[in-house]
Design a protein around this ligand. Structure first.
Ligand SMILES: C[S@@+](CC[C@H](N)C(=O)[O-])C[C@H]1O[C@@H](n2cnc3c(N)ncnc32)[C@H](O)[C@@H]1O
Length: 322
């Protein structure tokens, strides 16, 4: 009976394109999950850098018994999650309206609609109460999804003033309103607590039966790379060290921990930054395609680090164990 219900619903997947999205790495990464997740000895899942939530959606739909705590410091992203959790039909209605308007326009006029939505999104920010649900969140969430689907490369980037500043993407048929997925996302979110907070804010949610997956902004692969600027929050080496310290705190609490990051050795084989920070933990490397890079010649296969505080006993050809 339970299985039939499960199959009848569409699978929820990320509703935003997001820098560092983990969809393409999921299969490799799940092989490194703690065995206690399958045996249900883990009852709680915490993701302090949730982004578009590819890992969360996977875990929530394959390990349905757990409680879920999601955090991200990006308040626009968290607003979108909370609105889809509470008012998905209203968001779909607005998005379908925006989509109908977009498809009806000749190609050369589509940019006008994009820039009008972008201007309105930036102009209305000061009137939004990000801490308490209000009906204005519905329009804002529809704008976030619309901009994410129609902007260049599906990025979410704001400037120093907090204005969304990604240009128009010019795509012919962007999928603006995926109602079925939004409903599936809303359903899955009913069992989750979503909070706008710095990663250390999850500490009170973590106990010894918790699995925490950390996907922090990447450490820049070269001094010029700037893809760690997801919002106005820089995540430099100082922040990576603060995170490593926090990782040790949660390790002492007995939680199971998995952290991913780009491998600095892709660029410089002598860079042992993460080996030093996470000395004593289980460090593995998996192959990833780096999709979001401003320099097309730098898109390709690179290693991604996985750092666990438990043994997995998993080994696969092409992966080098540290
Ligand atoms: C690599 S992305 C996460 C990608 C995500 N796992 C996915 O599958 O799309 C990193 C996220 O960390 C968030 N972030 C940056 N600094 C943070 C902080 N100090 N505390 C919590 N979240 C932070 C960013 O807003 C961004 O959404």
């Amino acid at each position: 009976m339970r299985k039939e219900l499960f199959i009848a619903h569409a699978k929820a997947k990320p509703f935003l394109k997001w820098a560092g999205g983990k969809t393409q790495l999921l299969e490799q990464m799940t092989a490194y999950f703690p065995p206690e997740l399958s045996s249900k000895r883990i009852t709680r899942y915490v993701e302090p850098f949730v982004g578009s939530g590819a890992m969360f959606f996977y875990v929530a739909q394959n390990y349905p018994a757990a409680e879920f705590f999601l955090l991200d410091v990006n308040k626009e992203l968290v607003l979108a999650y909370q609105t889809i959790q509470q008012s998905v039909e209203a968001v779909i209605c607005r998005l379908e309206h925006m989509r109908a308007e977009y498809v009806a326009l000749p190609q050369e006029k589509k940019a006008d609609q994009f820039y009008a939505v972008r201007d309105e999104f930036n102009r209305s920010r000061s009137a939004i109460d990000f801490d308490r649900y209000q009906t204005e969140w519905i329009e804002r969430t529809a704008q976030i999804v619309f901009l994410n689907r129609t902007c260049f490369n599906g990025l979410f980037r704001v400037n120093a003033r907090g204005d969304f500043n990604v240009p128009f993407g010019g795509y012919k048929n962007p999928q603006i309103a995926n109602a079925e997925n939004l409903r599936a996302v809303s359903r899955i979110l009913q069992g989750a607590k979503i909070q706008c907070a710095d990663f250390e804010g999850c500490e009170r949610n973590v106990h010894d039966a918790t699995f925490v997956y950390f996907d922090p902004p990447y450490r820049p692969i070269s001094p010029t790379a700037s893809f760690t600027s997801y919002a106005r929050f820089e995540f430099g080496d100082k922040e990576q060290k603060r995170l490593a310290h926090f990782y040790r705190t949660l390790d002492e609490r007995g939680a199971k921990l998995m952290l991913s990051n780009s491998d600095p050795q892709n660029e410089n084989p002598d860079d042992h930054f993460f080996e030093a920070l996470y000395k004593g933990f289980n460090i593995k490397r998996v192959r990833a395609s780096r999709m979001i890079n401003c320099d097309a010649t730098k898109r390709g296969k690179i290693n991604e680090l996985l750092i666990m505080n438990y043994q997995t006993g998993y080994s696969q050809q092409g992966m080098n164990d540290s």
